[in-house]
Write a protein that binds this ligand. Sequence first.
Ligand code: FAD
Length: 551
Amino acid sequence: PRRLVVVGGVAGGMSAAARARRLDESASIVVLEQSAHVSFASCGLPYHLSGEIESRDALLLHTPASLHAALALDVRTGHRVTAIDRAARTVAVATADGTYDLPYDALLLAPGAMAVRPPVDGLDHPAVHTLRTVPDLDALTARVAALPADRPRRAVVVGAGFIGLEAVEALAHRGLDVTLVELADHVLPPLDPELAPLLADELRAHGVALHLGVAARSVTTGADGAALVTLTDGTRVPADLVVVNVGVRPASDLARDAGLTLGATGAIIVDADQRTSDPHVWAVGDAVEVTHAVTGAVGPVPLAGPANRQGRRAADAMLGRRTTPQAPVLGTAIVRVFGLTAAVTGASQAALARAGIEHEVVRVHGGHHAGYFPGAQAVHLVASFAPDGRLLGAQAVGRAGVDKRIDVLATALRAGMTADDLAELELAYAPPYGAAKDPVNMLGFVAQNVLDGTMPQWHAADLDAVRATHLVLDVRTAAEHARGHLDEALHVPHTELRDRLDEVRAAAAGRPVAVHCQSGVRAHIATRVLLHAGLEARNLSGGWLSLVLTH
Ligand code: FAD
């Protein structure tokens, strides 16, 4: 019988071990996990902190005993692998009771990632926590429970990434006053800046104080005995607890010390079968390097979905079965921020720019279901397309329907779909659920019009240049115009445009016309009217809504 040894008993490692047993009843499968817990729901930790998942036990999906009973796995917690002897094919294991060597025929490394410690003085202050493991969660919940209820309880969260935002929401849910500190100039750095103000507004509306574009410099003890977080701009924020989540790095030390090949980002390099540079060693999850499906960039993508799928694939490979060809990673991710949802898939505009990939950006602010059905909420969608129409990436923020759109777009990306394909997608529709022209279809329609020249567009980010060279034409209603407008814009509601073309032509005085409405739909009609009249015209992508978000 083959001897399979798995290092790391959570997402990737346990997926592999379970799949391996289902494929091979006779193999010896040992899972070595350094912590006291296996198969726990990392992703659920913030929701026990918030109190939404009431029972801590709900996060512990399995125990060594349950895994033995169901899958005949030999799961050893409190067993840390300290070295790999590749020549002898053994791993050295350290336990509370001493050390031992364990032989393997196939070794799977699924050690995950480690929290990055940012350069902040005083990170060992007792008020400082991180949120990665069950003990981290226990320490945080104990600290929150111990805080006096008769005065405001204050938390500082450092890092506004996915987990940082989940921590903010959880602590606010527990009734703490939360301050969020983020080095980037906007919350949720994987999101392009333009949709981030929606999240910032939502955070502030829930009482969260934001410090963007600054870092935490030190954590000390203030006069009242509580922690004092000093920021790089000199601001001092008192805190009863501090949560630091500024990203992770691959836990690849074991692999490096064993001489396995690592990539430039420090992650373990694996082939399409998850095999490392040693033919008897496989690796999965947060510790390995993946290729981004759109940009081709290589590096770790620390997400649970890829880790689980890679674990399954590695089991197949270790047992010599046909493996599912590894799909490049899209980085599809989603987070709830109080009443809003933000989600991304594929390449961001920033990543496309870094990779030098030519693209057109289109924006749709559509309803999550038919506007005439009560309760429609805006889905703010931004997507990028290659000149040949291929979808390259999408981001969405809204109060409802964001998960559905981003998953459709992630599937479209995986299938290599184009603007034409999105336009033709047949999505489920009845008024409570969607629209006959879903926002995803609309993205396709708009991209078709942009890419084939039917609708030239301009972007809010180019406002200054456009103002200097174009006549700006606002085609919204008088009421919308009264609520806010660009000073120099000529205001002609789109319903009056055909009768007032001479006025527009005179005001343009030979300049092209930069049209805008509220979201881009009416300005598209207006742009077409102007183009038919022989004027050069373009439509503001995403309209006034995108302009306000950008400026
Ligand atoms: P892990 O699941 O981290 O497992 C690695 C295990 O290996 C650890 O238990 C570690 O103790 C053990 N180990 C390491 N070295 C050794 C050694 N030498 N010997 C023995 N054992 C060792 N992803 C999403 O996609 N969506 C989410 O909503 C989401 N939310 C998250 C929320 C939180 C709070 C956290 C921390 C993560 C979240 N993630 C989320 C990320 C997701 O949990 C990880 O991408 C995933 O768990 C990675 O799987 P893995 O198997 O590579 O590593």
